[in-house]
Design a protein around this ligand. Sequence first.
Ligand code: CA
Length: 219
Amino acid sequence: MPRILIVEDEANIADFLQRGLVYKGYEVDVAHDGESALAMARDRPPDLVVLDLMLPGLDGIEVCRRLRAASDVGIVVLTARDAVSDRIQGLEAGADDYVLKPFVFDELLARLRAVQRRRSPGSKDVIRIGDMEVDTAAREVRRRGGRISLTPKEYELLEVLARNARRVLSREAIFEKVWGYDHAGEADPVKVYVSYLRRKLGEPEVIHTVRGFGYVLRE
Ligand code: CA
């Protein structure tokens, strides 16, 4: 069964969630603050994270950003009903979805299952974005039927964007996923390779710049 990490400082909510999810057959870990959540995610990598944004110390947005920079784990954030900016920040920080507090357990469960389906590896070898297909098994890219020839790095960058289609990725997160830390080439390889890809992929544009933050692949 998938492992879920619950990050929530309010003991009664954490407890309620833990019991509900264990009952549904999930393996559940609980962290009551951001620092221990990050440590737990490193030690026992979860498949899904339920992340409250209002946490003492390291706040939920920052926890979200760091989880996302380190892995492709599915993240559903819990946010107060009136905190619209939190919700947007959460999504920009890499969350897959959000649930408003106070929430109904079944709604949260449905969101978690949807995120899990979307993210489960190998469930989909071919990712389609508009008229483009990224075949991750064959490492091939096609647009309107025609094959587009890419260098290995260009392909890796496109695959990272495609696996996160319609989600904004920070420049740093892209850099870490594609280049890791051992890069000694261009000053801003992400920008340089995005421009190579844009040239090869042609119109209409599928890689969109989110100013001051990063990129998103969408039709
Ligand atoms: Ca809280």
